[in-house]
Design a protein around this ligand. Structure first.
Ligand code: SAH
Length: 377
């Protein structure tokens, strides 16, 4: 039996930073709201309407390369590009599978940190899974990212730019059999989004503000996934956004959840669920309960029944994720008959339940595999 990690009182860093605290990137257009963009452009001695031109290029036309913004006079363009459009993400490695419908990009950030994003094309939608932090401090033992600790928060623009870069790929028609418009964003890549709260909320605003101020996505098509940082969920509830909340529960009882999601040592199952129900009531949005199926660990029939009792009659659905074993892990995915029985019991309790597809496994793009360890370095 291993000792449980100790959670500090802020619960934002169960693991210490993996290395020296890395620096935040330079300011970028996508860090700023429209008024701030106009002020920043004026500070450079340029006319304020240039801010709108830049926004139209970046958010409206998905152009990230200043060299392609040829309606801006060359000298103006150089000055604006340097200060408003620094390059934030350098692709280090790009992998595709499913005939191009699943793509993973490993990015190097300005300080050398590595993060990943994954695009998934479906017949009716294109979804991108973004990272919100380099590394993660939540220390969930079954998650590859959780093993390395937190390096740093991503800036708002580093989050937004992951989406814009994939939106441009989708718009180019490169995702066969899928719409050309990227429509869904899930904060299920590396990091705990609610531990990087202000930047993640700003990113949500940039993604959902109508073009050309932002990307114009529907709030309901954005999913923020959390280990269950209760004060941050309460804050999100008061935000007045209607994003989908996903709660990584993984166990219906405190004894096991204390181990699988160490933040549970601070905020217990009952408290985190109550907070999630308050979110559901405020927004009218069904909460997605994430549950990784781990063989002989959390997949027993009695745990399905207990989970069913906790969720029955609530505005919730369960998303079972077959465990994607991380290298060297002692855990494995539940056998299919066990998974089917778990689903059956939840549905019998009246709880809508789906099993997540395992897109991207062959390119290590699936849940929990976004460790970026050693790749391309
Ligand atoms: N920090 C956020 C987002 C992280 S990843 C959160 O915890 O919700 C998104 C989902 O993938 C979470 O539910 C996470 O618990 C799950 N996950 C992580 N590692 C996994 C693995 N190896 N197999 C299956 N699911 C995993």
């Amino acid at each position: 039996m291993t000792a449980l990690p100790i959670i500090d009182s802020s619960a934002s860093q169960a693991n210490p930073p993996a290395r020296r605290r890395a620096a935040m990137p330079p300011r970028h257009l996508a860090d700023l709201d429209p008024a701030e963009r106009r002020a920043a452009v004026a500070d450079l001695g340029e006319r304020e309407f240039r801010a709108g031109q830049l926004s139209t290029h970046y958010f409206g036309r998905l152009v990230r390369d200043p060299a392609a913004m040829t309606d801006l006079p060359a000298a103006t363009r150089a000055r604006l590009a340097e200060s408003m459009l620094p390059s934030l993400l350098t692709p280090v490695r790009e992998l595709t599978c499913d005939d191009g419908a699943t793509r993973k990009t490993l990015w190097r950030l300005h300080d050398g940190s590595l993060v990943e994003s994954v695009l998934m094309g479906y017949p009716d939608r294109v979804t991108v899974c973004v990272s919100s932090q380099a590394g993660c401090g939540m220390a969930c033992p079954f998650c590859a990212t959780g093993q390395a600790g937190l390096t740093r928060n991503l800036s708002t623009a580093e989050i937004v730019d992951q989406v814009v870069s994939f939106a441009a790929i989708a718009a180019s028609g490169a995702i066969p059999g899928s719409p050309a418009r990227l429509s869904h964003v899930v904060f299920m890549g590396m990091g705990e989004p609610l531990a990087n709260y202000p930047r993640v909320i700003n990113a949500v605003r940039r993604l959902t503000d109508p073009a050309p101020d932002g990307l114009g996505l529907s709030q309901r098509h954005i999913t923020v996934s959390t280990v269950g940082l209760v004060p941050a969920i309460r804050r999100l509830t008061a935000e007045g956004l209607s994003v989908t909340l996903a709660l990584s529960l993984h166990a219906p009882d405190d004894e096991l959840r204390d181990e699988l999601v160490p933040v549970n040592q601070r905020w217990k199952v009952a408290e985190v669920l109550d907070t999630a129900w308050a979110y559901a009531e405020q927004t009218g949005r069904r909460v997605s309960i994430e549950y990784a199926m781990i063989r002989d660990v959390n997949d027993q029939p009695w745990r399905a029944d207990l989970l069913g009792e906790l969720l029955s009659g609530r505005l919730a659905h369960v998303n079972l994720i077959p465990l994607n074993p991380t290298p060297g892990s002692r855990w494995d995915a539940s056998p299919k008959p066990v998974e089917r029985e778990f689903v059956r019991r939840l549905r019998a309790a009246g709880v809508p339940t789906t099993v997540r597809d395992t897109r991207g496994r062959e390119i290590d793009g699936a849940c929990g595999q976004l460790a970026a360890s050693g790749v391309g370095q």
